[in-house]
Design a binder for this molecule. Structure first.
Ligand SMILES: NC(=O)c1ccc[n+]([C@@H]2O[C@H](COP(=O)([O-])OP(=O)(O)OC[C@H]3O[C@@H](n4cnc5c(N)ncnc54)[C@H](O)[C@@H]3O)[C@@H](O)[C@H]2O)c1
Length: 453
């Protein structure tokens, strides 16, 4: 949005009293803090406790261990062997042994009660909100894997707790830090695509074998249990996060309502029959293969989000952004069009040289070496710690966590009601009208050093 239009909106909104709870210095009504743009006091060393050390959690231990001012003070998992594996990662990185917690469903509470700055949560979905809420109530910032919440009540609980405690709650949406996503965000900010009208995102990933794995790939088959019984978009945030940032969601714009529908279930059943996994071939309520959700935004744009983890087809998050002057699309091949033809490979290189996001320009080489989905995971972690250390607002706040995650339960609701329109709650309670858009951020590597790679 042009600044002129934004100033107009801000003035008229305040004049009309449409957001009366927005007070001075980011305070909402009572003593609640508006967490959008909120900067917590600077930290020296960032003392971290990590909960959930399975497939994804181990990677977090490795990545956070690469950042000098991070001290991984405590580790927790239900399973002792997972804690031990992560202790080995720390030892190999020359890091001090962390305090171990394991063995019971609530051993993590003792970790949260320690003297820590940040609780980093990488458990199955049902634990994300309870752990993040307990962390904030115990005076810690919370960073949680996706989705941050699986019900609307949970999403509100995150918002209310963050506002009352003044503690950050960031959802670790790593896809916002992937290279092409960052570049297209920068291009949106420079006005290359004109006024945005539509976007598409997805999580399309053939996961039947892992979802039906009974040897603990997903501990206690938690992912199968989530997929068996609900139909909708259970994993919306990877596709949605990057386009929501382009569209200023919660910062000048918001999701208003959605409609959602799922195809019949067929691919998981067929996979199970072909593999002789009879137990999975006859499920009555397994999630429909392809879910398509359409979201209408307050400013007028539409967003399509898809979800399919059953069909044998190539991975895609789509990542399509279009506006009055052109479009970008990441899958199946990175492409940009500024008229009716795709830009040539040579023009694509020129656009990258001109519009590469400062964050990937500064951190890209190091991030690629550290790894984690090609580097985006490290850019995310580095930027999170950088903001905490230097007292900066986080790139993703609790309203983003709540709104992006809410598409999970809302799409299930709409799908169950023959695709009826469902309102998306305004988790900012009106403050989206005055919250400032996210900028094109960068980091100064001398202010947060990494270990030798
Ligand atoms: N952002 C990404 O790219 C990405 C990629 C993969 C997974 N994820 C997310 O990461 C999370 C974990 O996924 P995963 O693949 O590592 O699953 P996983 O099953 O391998 O790991 C989860 C771990 O949490 C532990 N756990 C379960 N309940 C616990 C409790 N009460 N206390 C302590 N530990 C507990 C389990 O023992 C297990 O080791 C999920 O939320 C998933 O959606 C994100």
């Amino acid at each position: 949005m042009s600044m002129k239009r934004r100033d107009f909106l801000l003035t008229t909104t305040l004049a009309a009293g449409a957001a009366p709870w927005v007070g001075q210095a980011g305070l909402l009504s009572g003593s609640r803090q508006n967490m959008c743009g909120y900067a917590a006091p600077k930290l020296g060393k960032i003392r971290v406790g990590i909960i959930g050390l399975g497939n994804r959690g181990k990677g977090a231990v490795k990545r956070l261990g690469m950042i000098r001012d991070v001290e991984i003070v405590a580790l927790c998992d239900l399973r002792e062997e997972m804690v031990e594996k992560s202790q080995t990662i720390l030892a190999k990185a020359g890091r001090r042994k962390a305090k171990s917690f394991f063995g019971t469903q609530d051993a993590w509470m003792k970790l949260v009660e320690m003297d820590l700055d940040l609780i980093y949560i990488v458990t199955p979905w049902r634990w994300h909100t309870p752990m993040a809420v307990y962390a904030m109530k115990n005076g810690k910032h919370a960073a949680t894997e996706v989705p941050a919440a699986v019900t609307i009540d949970e999403a509100w609980e995150l918002v209310e707790t963050s506002e009352k405690t003044g503690k950050h709650c960031m959802m670790l949406e790593n896809c916002c830090y992937d290279f092409f996503e960052l570049q297209t965000f920068n291009m949106v900010r420079q006005g290359v695509f004109g006024e945005l009208t539509h976007a598409e995102g997805a999580y399309i990933h053939a996961l039947c074998g892992l979802i039906a794995n009974e040897n603990g790939y997903y501990q206690d088959q938690w992912r199968f249990k989530q997929n068996n019984g609900k139909s909708g978009n259970l994993y919306p945030t990877h596709g949605l996060g990057p386009v929501a940032q382009c569209m200023d969601i919660n910062r000048g714009n918001r999701f208003k309502h959605l409609v959602s529908m799922s195809s019949q279930e067929a691919a998981f059943t067929e996979w199970a029959k072909e593999k002789g996994r009879d137990k999975y071939a006859d499920l009555e309520n397994y999630r429909g293969d392809m879910n398509t959700t359409m979201i209408k935004c307050a400013r007028g744009e539409t967003i399509m989000v898809q979800h399919d983890v059953s069909t044998p087809r190539p991975y895609s998050r789509i990542h399509l952004i279009q506006g009055t002057k052109g479009m970008a699309r990441k899958w199946p091949k990175q492409r940009i069009a500024l008229d009716h033809k795709w830009q040539s490979d040579e023009q694509m290189k020129e656009l990258k040289a001109k519009y590469e996001h400062p964050l990937s320009r500064t951190m890209g080489d190091i991030a690629r070496k550290v790894g984690g989905h090609g580097g985006m995971d490290f850019i995310m972690d580095y930027r999170l710690i950088y903001c905490l250390k230097n007292g900066l607002p986080l790139d993703q706040d609790v309203y983003d966590a709540a709104a992006w995650s809410s598409i999970f339960p809302l799409s299930v609701k709409s799908t169950a009601k023959d695709s009826q329109s469902v309102e998306v709650p305004d988790f900012t309670r009106g403050a989206w009208r005055v919250n400032m858009p996210w900028g094109v951020v960068d980091v100064d590597p001398s202010k947060l050093r990494v270990v030798e790679i």
